[in-house]
Design a protein around this ligand. Structure first.
Ligand code: F6R
Length: 615
């Protein structure tokens, strides 16, 4: 979840690094730093706690008339050691010659630290990373101070854990050595310049030609060329991939925040997920990359979906969808639980992993565990070329476009849309009729327009936010397809507004949470007209009888419960299976407006990172 950028070439490295770090800031942002090197090998480090703007000011104050041709930079999200300048990266070796930035966790750092302490190394930080830079220097010295590449390789052989690293050395001021194991790293190929980053977003203004490093691969970057190796010094040929994402797609385009932009992009994002896949006339869905034959899919007896956070909420909706349309039993597991639980997987099981980033450590390890047990794994990811996308046997891309806001919005709706498509696809392999396929796909194609109608209610939602922005607690209740939406609505509110919120299946309220209800407790009911509508209405009465404040998400024209609710937001009518695509949108907007009224930075909520690449 931290971010790495490295540059070698003829531009001023400090400009490139600070620009790249700003683009990665969403990944992790409690502190940041750069190591800048001049042509003669003079190495300078600058670090600051807080946002990249602090680092930018410090760097420009200190080096305003200096130009650097090589450098590495890092944004940190603390794992080992608190948020301090000392713990920020880059870390320097004892001699001050080698600087390193690192994403991931060195698991055997205590053992290595003891070894290095005995050899006389001293430590200035509490991080696991500092161990690695000393270790590299130790090997560098052993090899007569000549070869940074082999010193890094030898050090990585004794390291256990995960890393994406970039290393520079003042004795070799014409190269960057970078390597990965479990933490993403991408190389950007320019003309007379090379880049390395943990995320392709940092490179887009400079180049679209990239190489994705695989685990246990190392690359040596010089301004004119790059060479990739495995850790046994064998050269590897890497494929250069062209990135098609548009730079404007990751800029704000008139919105004040990425989160708001991404909420408003949902109609277009869903259209992109449906494009080319929905064939209404044939009542069929077509996918490009499942890599499973229809016969293989017909043989699947059980699907296990595993994911984290918002993606896990989408997975829960996926269970309802696949069981209903695809007639296959589905289990949903938190990836962090799945990977350590010794899950029972059988021959005809299929594992589906869902991850916006495609880099979430727990989800990736769940995928690997499933593969070790010999079952097929499909990946549903947004980031093309991400580790989960590459390691899955096949998959479905979300096509939501880059999601920068830490709180997931358009990726969630595209996950649900993709799960709907997958469920219909499975259904049509079984008993779903042509007519039913046509009916569902026709309705699905209207969803983007229906979301647009909800987005037009922004000013109503802003007024509602004003009423509730000082509340201390919220309860979100829904049933059936909208129970996971209740969980997602509560998560959105708590993560960006820091208000305590709980999501619950509405009928479970009477088994405990009802005790919380008083006149200060806003309760958000997700109650579109569906099979369970009447039952949810009974729950609304129960809350009202205890003087709770009711905010209801209702289907348009529903006036039946108006006198029992304090506030209402209407959504257009749709099939109950598709309703989460609509009901979640006002909840995202409500959370957003409340957080803005509280003066909070919604794109970078405290303590959170976009891509959780540590367990
Ligand atoms: C919440 C949120 C997180 C992510 C979770 C999984 O808004 O964004 O809960 O959903 O960290 O991330 P991915 O989907 O990238 O695996």
């Amino acid at each position: 979840m931290c971010g790495i950028v490295g540059y070698i070439g003829t531009k001023d490295a400090k400009e490139v690094l600070l620009d790249g770090l700003a683009r990665l800031e969403y990944r992790g942002y409690d502190s940041a730093g750069v190591a800048l090197m001049e042509k003669d090998g003079t190495l300078s480090i600058e670090k600051q706690v807080g946002k990249i703007a602090n680092l930018r000011n410090a760097v420009f104050r200190r080096f305003h008339n200096q130009c650097f041709t090589i450098g590495i930079g890092h944004t940190r999200w603390a794992t080992h050691g608190g948020v301090t300048k000392e713990n920020a990266h880059p870390h320097l070796s004892a001699s001050g010659r080698i600087a390193l930035v690192h994403n991931g966790i060195i698991e055997n750092y205590m053992t290595l630290k003891q070894y290095l302490l005995k050899k006389g190394y001293t430590f200035v930080s509490e991080t696991d990373t500092e161990v690695l830079v000393h270790l590299i220097e130790d090997f560098y010295k052993k090899e007569g101070n000549r070869n940074l590449q082999s010193a890094v390789m030898e050090a990585l052989k004794v390291v256990e854990g995960t890393y994406g690293i970039a290393v520079v050395c003042s004795d070799e001021p014409y190269k960057i050595v970078a390597a990965r194991n479990g933490s993403p790293l991408v190389i950007g190929i320019g003309e007379g310049e090379m880049f390395v980053a943990s995320d392709v977003n940092a490179l887009l203004p400079y180049t679209r030609n990239v190489i994705y490093l695989e685990d246990k691969e190392l690359v040596v970057l010089k301004s004119e060329n790059y060479k990739a190796y495995d850790l046994d010094y064998q050269r590897i040929d890497k494929e250069i991939v062209r990135v098609e994402w548009d730079l404007s797609a990751i800029e704000l385009g008139g919105f004040e925040t990425y989160m708001e932009k991404e909420i408003f992009e949902q109609p277009e994002a869903i259209s992109n997920a449906l494009r080319g896949r929905v064939h209404v006339e044939e009542g069929m869905v077509k996918f490009g990359g499942l890599n499973m034959t229809d016969d293989e899919l017909r043989e699947v007896h059980r699907i296990v979906i595993t994911a984290c956070g918002t993606s896990w909420h989408a997975a829960l909706i996926g269970k309802y969808l696949i069981e209903r349309f695809g007639e296959i039993p589905v289990e949903v597991d938190y990836a962090s639980e799945f990977r350590y639980r010794n899950p029972i997987l059988k021959k005809n099981d299929l594992v589906l992993v869902i991850s916006q980033s495609g880099e979430t450590a727990d989800t990736l390890e769940a995928l690997r565990e499933a593969k070790r047990k010999g079952v097929k794994v499909l990946g549903m990811t947004n980031v093309v070329g991400s580790t989960i996308a590459r390691e899955s046997d096949g998959g479905i891309y979300l096509h939501a476009g880059p999601e920068i806001g830490v709180a997931s919005t358009k990726a969630f709706t595209n996950q649900v849309a993709s799960l709907i498509l997958f469920a219909i696809y499975l259904g049509r392999l079984k008993n779903m009729s042509l007519y039913e396929g046509q009916r569902l796909l026709k309705e699905l194609s209207t969803i983007p327009e229906k979301i647009k109608a909800i987005l037009e209610q922004k000013s109503l939602i802003m007024d509602m936010a004003k009423k509730y922005s000082e509340s201390k607690n919220f309860l979100y209740l829904g049933r059936g397809f909208n129970y996971p939406v209740a969980l997602e609505g509560a998560l959105k509110l708590k993560e960006i507004s820091y208000i305590h919120a709980e999501g619950y299946p509405a009928a479970e309220m009477k088994h405990g949470p009802i005790a919380l209800i008083d006149e200060f407790m806003p309760v958000v009911f997700i109650a579109p007209k569906d099979a369970l509508y009447e039952k949810v209405v009974s729950n609304i009465h129960e809350v009202k009888a205890r003087h709770g404040k009711v905010i209801a998400i209702l289907s348009e024209k529903d006036e039946h419960v108006l006198k029992y609710v304090d506030d209402v937001l209407y959504i257009p009518q749709t099939f109950e299976e598709f309703s989460p695509l609509l009901t979640v949108v006002p909840l995202q907007m409500l959370a957003y407006e409340i957080a803005r009224l509280r003066g909070l930075d919604v794109d970078k909520p405290r303590n959170l990172a976009k891509s959780v690449t540590v367990e």
